[in-house]
Ligand binder design. Structure first.
Ligand code: AMP
Length: 415
């Protein structure tokens, strides 16, 4: 089955085309056919189209909306020019898997999209006002381009964390706000944490129920999850992705009284302060330079820039604190797992996060750690380390494609 995986943002459509089916899933034999993105939709868009085994094609062209972007992607995929032998016409795409950010408490698994599911995603717009409308536009766009007959599946960022116990998902707020407005911790990056935990048990050859780990998704957005017996039992992002670790442009945890304080001092509205916490804080806010960790590391190394150093230090310190609290909450864990652009590529950041965790029995192997970059997967702790550490490059798109196949084939979902 050829599955088109779509991740639609407010001005971006990212895609992958993956050939998979129940048998390929069982044998880990899924094949990625193509990937790419259409960015800055609404104006002169930047288009990247990359068929597996070929050079990536980069171009610019005016792209009006998500529908035009999906149309462009599929026309390219079907053309001789793309070189994708498996896709010669629109009919060769058999299903579509959509990344949907917020599924609230209703969606605990991936689902085939029906009108009722669309209404359910609409009901969650309050909880993700920027993301869910864009995801819905992607669903409509795909229906328009492929026709209503094509099966579409929604895979939610929040679903994996629906196993959190109430004492972990409730805030210390008056309980009626949970009852009335469903204010609680939902968590995000669920597909990523789920994939990382799944790969870990494949690497270790252990059962789902034996998976007791802390997963760290460290990209431009960052989150940690505590996984016990294969289920997510705590996670650092909350009602929105703003809570938790410090990120590229997000503050992460702060004293909530700061919002009002900044609003009063700077003459801003609460909404403007929220934007500041989402877009101008974190690494870029502290350093005053960039939200890009690679550039900050260069800046600290080459120019000994004080605020670049400080931003990196705060970033690592906060993660270490979360690891410590999760180890206490679970009474220890078997492994820490690093993923995301920073987690997968920066041996230096991983090493700095792990400094001081020797107390928990973690012994990092410097040589192994240095080797795990650029998408390589493997152990970075010493043999015999009581707490192990791994790098496992995440692959949300693969999991979306697999969930799509399982939903379409009516096979049980494996969360
Ligand atoms: P993501 O959102 O997962 O694509 O991750 C983006 C983040 O990963 C950015 O902060 C990048 O600077 C960071 N990153 C990518 N490669 C490296 C690297 N080699 N060293 C440090 N950070 C990196």
């Amino acid at each position: 089955m050829n599955v088109l995986v779509l991740n639609c943002g407010s001005s971006t459509v990212k895609f992958q085309l993956i050939a998979t089916d129940l048998e390929s899933i069982a044998q880990n034999a899924d094949r990625r056919l193509a990937r790419g993105a259409v960015e800055r939709i609404g104006g002169e868009a930047i288009i990247t189209l990359h068929a597996e085994g070929r050079e990536a094609l980069k171009s610019t062209a005016p792209v009006r909306d998500a529908r035009a972007a999906v149309d462009l992607i599929i026309r390219w995929a079907c053309s001789e020019n793309s070189g994708i032998a498996e896709v010669r016409s629109v009919a060769d795409v058999h299903a579509i898997g959509h990344r949907v950010v917020h599924g609230g408490e209703r969606f605990t698994h991936s689902v085939l999209i029906t009108d009722e599911v669309v209404r359910g995603i609409e009901d969650c717009i309050d909880l993700a006002p920027l993301h869910n409308p864009a995801n819905l536009k992607g669903i409509t766009a795909a229906r328009e381009v492929f026709g209503v007959g094509i099966p579409e599946v929604a895979v939610f960022d929040t679903a994996f964390h629906q196993t959190l116990p109430d004492y972990a998902y409730l805030y210390g707020l008056p309980y009626q706000y949970y009852r009335r407005h469903r204010i609680r911790r939902y968590g995000f990056h669920g597909t990523s944490h789920r994939y990382i935990a799944y790969r870990y048990r494949q690497l270790r050859n252990i059962a789902r129920g034996e998976t007791n780990v802390i997963t760290l998704h460290l990209g431009n957005g960052c989150s940690a999850a505590l996984i016990r017996g294969g289920d997510s039992v705590d996670t650092s992002m909350g009602l929105t992705p703003l809570e938790g670790l410090m990120m590229g442009t997000r503050s992460g945890d702060i004293d909530p009284a700061i919002v009002d304080f900044i609003a009063a001092k700077e003459g801003l509205t609460a909404q403007e302060v929220e934007t500041l916490l989402n877009k101008q804080s974190g690494l870029i806010g502290i350093s005053g330079l960039t939200n890009d960790m690679r550039e900050l590391l260069d800046e600290a190394r080459e120019n000994d820039d004080r605020r670049a150093r400080l931003a990196i230090e705060i970033f690592c310190y906060r993660i270490r604190k979360y690891i410590g609290s999760y180890l206490a909450a679970m009474g220890g864990a078997d492994a820490l797992i690093f993923a995301g652009g920073i987690g997968e590529n920066s041996a230096e950041v991983r090493e700095r996060i792990c400094e001081g965790l020797q107390w928990f029995g973690l012994e990092i192997d410097a040589e192994r750690n240095a080797l795990q970059t650029g998408g390589r997967e493997g152990l970075i702790s010493r043999d015999g380390s009581r707490l192990a550490a791994y790098v496992i490059p995440t692959d949300e798109e693969l999991l979306i494609a697999r969930d799509t196949v399982r939903c379409v084939r009516g096979a049980p979902q494996r969360f």
